[in-house]
Design a protein around this ligand. Structure first.
Ligand code: GUN
Length: 281
C-alpha cells in the first residue's frame, strides 16, 4: 500500500476560514476575541511558535497581546501576570507557552488561569471535563488530530487506536478523545514491553513520543492510519517527525507529513478555542 496524505495545511485552512467568519460575526456584536500569549525565557523554537500564533490571530481579525518575560522571572511575578490577564476584559484566551524554563513550575501557573480563558485546555477543570466526556476547551494538538481524522472522514468507531506518548499536552488527551469516539485505545510509553508488537495492532497509530523517526515500517500494520505529532530537528537542520515517513508511507493507508501535518492544526485549534472563549462572554 502507498499512503494518501493527510494534509494539515488544507485542514488548518478550513478551520481558520470558519474562525474568520465567526470572528467577523462576533465583531458585528461588538466583541473582538483577544488572546494573550505568555512566553518565558529565550528558547528559539518557542519564540517561533508564539510569533506564529500571534500572526495568525492578527490575520483572522483577533486582538493579541504578547508578554515576553526573562528566564529569571519568579513564580510569583508570573502568577501576578496571569491574575491580571484573568481580570482583563479584552482578553478571552491566555496561552502560556510550555515548557517553562527551570525552576518555574507549570502546574500552579496553569491552575491559576481562569478555566474560562484556558484556551489550551490544560487547567485541571478543563482536563477533568475532558476526562468525563464533556469537553469544553480541549488541548489544541490532540483536538487538531481529531479534526484531521474527521476532515478526511476516517472511521474512528470500533477501530484499534494506539497512542505512543502519555503527556498531558498530547498523549493523554488524544487517548481520551479517541476513546470517547468509540475507538479501543492503548497508551504506550518508554517502559512499554514489546512496543513494536503493540503498535502493529493499531488501525490508528498516534506517534507523540518526541523521538525522531522512532516509528519504523515494521511497527505499522498494513493499511494503518498514521498520525505523526513529533517535531524534531536533525543535526543538519531538517525537521522530521516521530515516524520514519518514507518507509511507513509505503505501508500505511493514510499518513501525516512533517512539516505540514499536525503542526498547522495546533495553531488553527488555538484560534478556534479563542473564538469560542469570546463567544460565551
Ligand atoms: N508547547 C508545545 N506545544 C504547546 C501547546 O500546544 N501549548 C502550549 N501552551 N505550549 C506548547
Amino acid at each position: 500500500m502507498s499512503a494518501q496524505l493527510i494534509d494539515g495545511k488544507v485542514v488548518a485552512k478550513a478551520v481558520k476560514e470558519d474562525v474568520r467568519t465567526r470572528v467577523e460575526a462576533l465583531k458585528a456584536r461588538g466583541i473582538r476575541p483577544g488572546l494573550a500569549t505568555v512566553l518565558v525565557g529565550d528558547d528559539p523554537a518557542s519564540h517561533v511558535y508564539v510569533r506564529n500564533k500571534q500572526r495568525t490571530c492578527e490575520d483572522l481579525g483577533m486582538h493579541t497581546v504578547g508578554h515576553e518575560l526573562a528566564a529569571t522571572t519568579s513564580q510569583e511575578d508570573l502568577l501576578t501576570l496571569i491574575q491580571r490577564l484573568n481580570r482583563d476584559p479584552a482578553i478571552h484566551g491566555i496561552l502560556v507557552q510550555l515548557p517553562l524554563p527551570k525552576p518555574l513550575r507549570s502546574e500552579p501557573i496553569l491552575s491559576a488561569m481562569s478555566p474560562d480563558k484556558d484556551v489550551d485546555g490544560l487547567h485541571p477543570f478543563n482536563m477533568g471535563k475532558l476526562m468525563m466526556g464533556e469537553p469544553r476547551f480541549v488541548p489544541c494538538t490532540p483536538a487538531g488530530v481529531m479534526a484531521m481524522l474527521d476532515y478526511y472522514k476516517l472511521t474512528i468507531e470500533g477501530k484499534t487506536a494506539v497512542v505512543v506518548g502519555r503527556s498531558n499536552l498530547v498523549g493523554k488527551p488524544a487517548a481520551l478523545l479517541l476513546m470517547h469516539r468509540h475507538a479501543t485505545v492503548t497508551v504506550c510509553h518508554s517502559k512499554t514491553s514489546d512496543l513494536p508488537a503493540v503498535c502493529r495492532r493499531a488501525d490508528i497509530l498516534v506517534a507523540a513520543m518526541g523521538k525522531a523517526r522512532f516509528v519504523r515500517a515494521e511497527m505499522v500494520k498494513d493499511g494503518a492510519v498514521v498520525i505523526d505529532v513529533g517535531i524534531n530537528r536533525e543535526a543538519d537542520g531538517k525537521l522530521v517527525g516521530d515516524v520514519d515517513f518514507e518507509a511507513v508511507a509505503a505501508k500505511a493507508s493514510w499518513i501525516t507529513p512533517v512539516p505540514g501535518g499536525v503542526g498547522p492544526m495546533t495553531i488553527a485549534m488555538l484560534m478556534r478555542n479563542t473564538m469560542l472563549a469570546a463567544s460565551t462572554t
